[in-house]
Design a protein around this ligand. Structure first.
Ligand code: FAD
Length: 307
């Protein structure tokens, strides 16, 4: 369903993020987890896109399989990096033909093993250029594969605590606004642990004239190791002292760390709901337990009861 229609139906959206497993066994495991997540009735689920190489086809396969075999509405992520315009066009055509309604348009980072990758080979450098291209695709495709006259619903990334590549936070907001001015319909944020960072970001967006809905990214910590991986992957994310103290009190007991992490994420969600957040995007890491526990802690059976 086009994101505009989702927002009309729901005062708060709930969405889950998956990444494409590399093996067949991993894919089967994910579909087992999806069976447990489906009854939670998310507004959409998103599928990440690899930073280059072989995992990209896996994103398309996972998106198509979710679309065919489940009642969930998949939103693929798509990045500028390692792509020519013609390749992006082909991908959009495939998604349009498969009835995909929304796309998360990103710049993407060079893979860790190729930090010096020359981005001048890519047709697009910044997400704003990709957003423009996706918007133009609608016009070129009018009346063909893409049936919705609005074209794809387009999401872009937002960084409540700032993106490390742009230390100038005023300029960074201009770049975010450029994505919206090019036609982005909504923003999904990087994960954060202190809701005050999100509320301040929301206000700064408003002051800058960025008026589209903002969906908050929440990821529960489920282990010490996972927390360190998160710090590595979620560039810029700040771990508040209160959270670190709570984790330290567990003294390495991983079950206790998991309970602390899920409690923290639940409280974040409860507070976000109290502050009329437009949507919550849960980073699931392809597991269902933490997400289900958050719903249970909030006292609801599914997203419909929350919206
Ligand atoms: P942009 O909006 O293009 O911004 C990138 C940087 O460039 C920012 O610092 C911005 O301020 C700056 N900038 C923008 N425009 C200009 C300009 N005109 N001139 C100078 N500087 C400019 N990565 C993946 O590889 N695959 C994924 O599936 C994926 N999913 C993500 C999902 C979410 C919700 C988030 C928050 C991030 C995701 N990422 C993913 C990571 C993302 O690709 C990186 O963080 C990337 O560095 C920034 O992407 P962006 O789309 O925000 O880029």
């Amino acid at each position: 369903m086009h994101i505009e229609d989702i927002f009309k139906l729901r005062s708060t959206t709930f969405s889950f993020e998956f990444f494409p497993p590399k093996s067949k066994a991993g894919a089967e495991e994910l579909f087992e987890e999806i069976k447990h997540l489906e009854p939670l009735a998310p507004s959409f689920v998103s599928v990440t896109y690899g930073a280059g190489g072989g995992t990209r086809e896996l994103t398309h396969e996972l998106v198509m399989r979710i679309k065919r075999q489940t009642g969930l509405d998949p939103t693929p992520h798509l990045t500028c990096i390692y792509h020519t315009e013609a390749e992006i066009y082909d991908i959009l055509e495939r998604y349009a033909e498969a009835g995909i309604s929304n796309i998360l348009a990103l710049s993407g980072d060079p893979p860790r093993d190729k930090p010096d990758y020359d981005r001048s080979k890519d047709s697009f450098r910044y997400a704003s250029q990709l957003v423009r291209f996706i918007r133009q695709f609608k016009d070129r495709h009018a009346g063909r594969a893409i049936k919705d006259r609005r074209g794809f619903g387009i999401a872009v990334a937002g960084f409540p605590e700032g993106h490390p590549a742009t230390p100038n936070r005023l300029r960074e907001m201009d770049h975010l606004k450029a994505k919206v001015d090019e036609g982005a319909d909504f923003i999904v944020t990087q994960l954060f642990f202190d809701n005050r960072d999100f509320y301040d970001f929301r206000e700064r967006c408003d002051l800058a004239g960025v008026k589209v809905p903002i969906i908050a990214g929440v990821m529960p910590i489920t282990s010490d190791q996972g927390m360190h991986r998160m710090a590595d992957l979620a560039a810029g994310a700040r771990f508040p002292a209160a959270l670190l103290r709570a984790v330290q009190r567990c003294k390495g007991n991983q079950d206790a760390v998991r309970r602390v992490g899920i409690h923290w994420a639940t409280e974040q969600c409860r507070d976000l709901l109290d502050h009329q957040v437009r949507g919550i995007h849960l980073y699931t890491l392809n597991r269902s337990t933490a997400t289900r526990e958050i719903y249970a802690n909030l006292g609801v059976q599914d997203s419909l009861a929350l919206a």
